[in-house]
Design a protein around this ligand. Structure first.
Ligand SMILES: Nc1ncnc2c1ncn2[C@@H]1O[C@H](COP(=O)(O)OP(=O)(O)OP(=O)(O)O)[C@@H](O)[C@H]1O
Ligand SMILES: [Mg+2]
Length: 226
């Protein structure tokens, strides 16, 4: 089971014409593997993640998640699919200021109808696996930037997603903390067996990934596999 994008084209309205953000893009990410996507600003990286997350429907092409083609699913079905199968880490940790680290995670499971006790257990396990076992009761303003980003990543994993999509998680961090976040994502990809797509600017982060693809003007070029 995996994430598969086949021949995706996405355009946005642009005055009288349309801007091609993704141009016949295909990407296959097996379960338990990490694909890095690099490319200059404006090349289409976030658009690619938004399509993979089923947040934007492409003009053409197919997104298949866990064997299910998302083309033709209704809004409700897509919301359901996102909730159960997709974890998204946006660039800025959008944590709720009034909630503790553990509560940020628990909210996700409660949306999913799980019991509060089970949600709490899973939240504490995940905080432990991102190295924040002793920070569970802290609120965002009591955490460092790197710690907030780790809460953000743990939250995305709360509902055992098949697919983990991560948009430039290190841009607000110094090099050392950035490298630690990438190591964490690599470890979690194997541990939680997610099909992970990681958008990053920093080529120094690419040593441990299973495949690298580079976007230029909406076109994806696959680098030689490691
Ligand atoms: N909602 C939108 N409406 C119109 N054009 C958009 C929209 N979102 C993005 N674009 C355009 O699509 C192209 C790709 O944008 P995208 O956000 O995917 O780039 P990116 O590679 O993530 O850039 P960055 O590294 O700066 O985050 C850009 O030319 C951008 O201006
Ligand atoms: Mg972007």
């Amino acid at each position: 089971m995996s994430l598969n994008l086949t021949d995706i084209t996405l355009t946005y309205p642009d005055g009288d014409t349309r801007l091609t953000a993704l141009d016949h893009v295909s990407l296959d990410v097996p379960k338990g593997s990490l694909a890095a996507v690099i490319g200059p600003s404006g090349s289409g990286k976030s658009s690619l993640l938004a399509v993979a997350a089923t947040l934007i429907t492409p003009d053409t092409g197919t997104v298949t998640i866990d064997g299910t083609a998302t083309t033709g699913l209704g809004r409700g079905e897509l919301t359901d699919l996102r909730r159960h199968k997709i974890g998204i880490v946006f660039q800025q940790p959008n944590l709720l200021p009034s909630l503790t680290a553990a509560e940020q995670l628990q909210v996700m499971a409660q949306l999913d109808g799980r019991s509060p006790a089970k949600a709490r257990t899973r939240a504490l396990e995940l905080l432990d696996s991102v190295g924040l076992a002793d920070q569970a009761a802290r609120r965002p303003h009591q955490l460092s930037g790197g710690q907030r980003q780790r809460v953000n990543i743990a939250r995305a994993l709360m509902n055992n997603p098949t697919v983990l999509l991560v948009d430039e998680p290190t841009s607000a961090l110094d090099h050392e903390r950035g490298a630690a976040v990438i190591d964490l994502i690599t470890r979690l990809t194997h541990q939680q067996a997610t099909a992970t797509v990681l958008v990053t600017h920093d080529r120094a982060h690419l040593t441990a990934v299973d495949q690298t693809a580079e976007v230029h003007d909406g076109r994806l070029r696959h680098a030689v596999q490691h």
